[in-house]
Design a protein around this ligand. Sequence first.
Ligand SMILES: Nc1ncnc2c1ncn2[C@@H]1O[C@H](COP(=O)(O)OP(=O)(O)OP(=O)(O)O)[C@@H](O)[C@H]1O
Length: 294
Amino acid sequence: MLAAYNIGKKYKQIWALEPLSFRLERGIYGLLGPNGAGKSTLMRLLAGLMTPSTGEATIQGVSVRNGVHARSRIGYVPQTFQLYPNLTARELLRHTARLKGGASHAEQEKEVERLLCSVNLEAKADRPTRTYSSGMVKRLGIAQALVGSPDVIIVDEPTTGLDPEERLRLRNLLAEVAMRSVILLSTHILSDVETSCKEAIVLTNGKLRYNGPLNGLSRYAQGRLWQWEASELEWRSMAQERLLAARRTADGVLCRTIADAPPTPYAQLAEPSMEEGYLALITDREARLHECAR
Ligand SMILES: Nc1ncnc2c1ncn2[C@@H]1O[C@H](COP(=O)(O)OP(=O)(O)OP(=O)(O)O)[C@@H](O)[C@H]1O
């Protein structure tokens, strides 16, 4: 449904995103990577908001750069969503529905009311958006992206600014939308990916490092994830930044780290989590580059 063919972007002579290809069918996908990995660049390319230096992206075979036709099939929520401060949420959604077109006035009105309700903004729908909290702005951005039931929805940092109840509401809403659309969520919060996505795309340094099932990530730390119980004194003398986890126990501190050899004589290999696999992948060196699951 959403396909990238050798798509890439460079500024001057430097690749912000090296050419990459993939194909995504209906469902929710996590887009992961450290700062500067190329996530925003990829999202903007897929949303048709940026001209690629090479390759192209298509939705149902139509280029995302192909004007109104392709753009009405994409909903994009950037990290910071710009609003017209004097418009209300209802007015903004009506305006978006009119721009996207393709439905009668009555259908547009019905959709606006349904979306306001879905993101829990109906009670504040007639207040100017300048009076909204950051979480409300985020929810309005998501509602706006869903207008017209696009085939592809791309959301940058979906849960930033949302309280736990609103996170849950959003998760349920996206799960429902994913029955008919491709949803790409870029986030640094791995638990969001774990709870919502079945697959992940990982970028580092502008390169595609992984594209596959979430549970496939743990293998990057397999055989290299060590766990041991340190005394509090030992723990204090360790290089803390190398520890993935440290949890206090009755006798000391339970430590976990990734290393090719045991960090202490009494460390034992442990079963890595998805998050530990992800950390192993993004901190690995060139040897593991391009090791994609598909
Ligand atoms: N306009 C630009 N000119 C030059 N380089 C750019 C430009 N925009 C982005 N880059 C570079 O492209 C690379 C990828 O940036 P991008 O914003 O896509 O990363 P990101 O993964 O979204 O990062 P973050 O998690 O911090 O938002 C970075 O090295 C960045 O410095």
